[in-house]
Design a binder for this molecule. Structure first.
Ligand SMILES: [Zn+2]
Ligand SMILES: [Zn+2]
Ligand SMILES: [Zn+2]
Length: 434
């Protein structure tokens, strides 16, 4: 039997055959491979260069085309990211540039790159509320039924065609109903009401009655068969300024009172409640909100909201208090407060409310990573749309804003959704995560 000899790499316990040692210079195979990997890595690091594809470019259309082009992976090239976010570049587009981006997206769709093409169209619809009514017949020819928000502005002709198709097209019915919900005009509202009064033959193939689809597009069918919007407008972005931009700089939006620790405690877990937002009702973001107090304060327990909806009522002075209607959700009795860090007292200090409103559907496609935190605007649902019912009057509550928790805490995650019932002067907070 041949005697095995130790691998010569320091600290390696392996032994090898002399024949292997002759081939590898005395190293075992795992060590040899490891050393080759390290050498390769050193070579890459020594020879890798930065490539800035945006060098000298100023045309946002050309910049976006590059942002949307996947570069072939080359370990020796490190592509420099563009200095602005994709969202910022989209927002900077003029009407003419938006039209050029639509053309580019359609060209991609025609040549089979439909995922990128659809992404571009979604950004344009969300950030600029463009109408794709001229492109929709062609999108339908390509059997594109998703993302449904693309169909928000559709011609009457196509709407009528979809109203027919939903009766016969079993495969696409879910998306067709959502598309119709997004169109949401009088004809569509009447149709949903008719379906409620006499359910169509295909209704039993759905998980929910047709009228529930409307909530995904931000409205509900009232008992009288009218459209009632489930979110407030206009939409004002809430965003964090960087430390070096100066927490007191007022040129970039106004400071807003947010994320304050309250004196009163959660009745479920005992931790202090948090005021997510505290906004003067005179602020233009709340111009369509009927609130009796001078300030709209939305309080919750940020821990327990992850388990279930937390409702708060307002006392005669307009101060929130824990609602007797709250029902402790499953799991809330097992919360160990040691698992949760307290929010720092200045958690809201770096937040600003934008000086001007943005499109109502700006943040509605959560997966597209828009800046999500906002007062007003269609919610960016991480899961299905879920508007809580007011425990006093049983109506669906209207969304008044949302906070993306990763913007609040470094390792935070998920979204807190804020709701109001104006007749009952009640707030609610719910939470979703991926
Ligand atoms: Zn070894
Ligand atoms: Zn709690
Ligand atoms: Zn109510």
């Amino acid at each position: 039997m041949t005697e095995r000899i130790p691998c010569i790499r320091e600290g390696c316990p392996n032994t090898i055959l002399p024949a292997t040692a002759a081939r590898t210079g005395g190293y075992c195979m795992p060590c040899k491979q490891e050393m080759e990997r390290e050498a390769h890595q050193r070579y890459i690091e020594a020879n890798r260069r930065d490539v800035n594809l945006y060098e000298g470019m100023t045309d946002p259309v050309e910049i976006l085309k590059i942002i949307h082009t996947r570069q072939v992976h080359d370990p020796l090239i490190r592509y420099v990211a563009y200095e602005q976010s994709k969202e910022q570049v989209y927002l900077s587009l003029s009407m003419e540039q938006q039209a050029l981006m639509i053309d580019y997206a359609m060209q991609l769709i025609r040549t089979g790159a439909d995922d990128t093409g659809k992404d571009i169209l979604v950004y344009l619809v969300c950030y600029h509320d463009i109408s794709l009514s001229a492109q929709i017949p062609e999108l339908l020819e390509y059997e594109i039924y998703y993302p449904v928000i693309l169909y928000k502005s559709t011609s009457a002709e196509v709407r009528d065609q979809l109203l027919q198709q939903v009766n016969t097209d079993d495969e696409n019915r879910n998306n067709l109903l959502l598309m119709l919900a997004y169109i949401g005009d009088e004809v569509v509202v009447d149709q949903f009401q008719q379906w409620r009064q006499s359910p169509p033959r295909w209704a039993d193939q759905l998980h929910v009655a047709p009228e529930y689809y409307t909530t995904e597009a931000g409205w509900e069918l009232t008992n009288e068969g009218q459209r009632r919007d489930l979110f407030i407008t206009p939409s004002y972005s809430l965003y964090k300024v960087k430390e070096n931009e100066g927490a007191d700089a007022t040129s970039i939006g106004a400071p807003i009172s947010m994320l304050l620790t309250c004196a009163n405690n959660c009745e479920w877990c005992g931790s202090p409640l948090t005021t997510l937002i505290d906004l003067d009702v005179q602020h233009p973001a709340l111009k369509n909100v009927a609130w009796n107090s001078e300030r709209l304060q939305v309080q919750t327990c940020v821990i327990c909201s992850c388990y279930g909806v937390v409702y708060m009522e307002m006392d005669s002075a307009g101060e929130p208090f824990w609602s007797a209607h709250n029902v402790m959700p499953m799991g809330a009795d097992e919360i160990d407060l040691d698992d949760y860090a307290q929010l720092p007292p200045d958690a809201g200090r770096q937040f600003r409310i934008a000086a001007a409103p943005r499109q109502a559907f700006h943040a509605s496609e959560w997966a597209m990573e828009p800046s999500s935190s906002q007062i007003g605007g269609h919610p960016g649902w991480v899961q299905d749309a879920e508007y809580p019912n007011c425990p006093c009057c049983a109506s669906r509550m209207r969304a008044v804003g949302q906070l993306e928790w990763s913007e609040v805490e470094e390792y935070g995650d998920g979204m807190y959704y804020m709701f109001i019932c104006e007749p009952c002067q009640m707030t609610a907070v719910s939470y979703q995560q991926s």
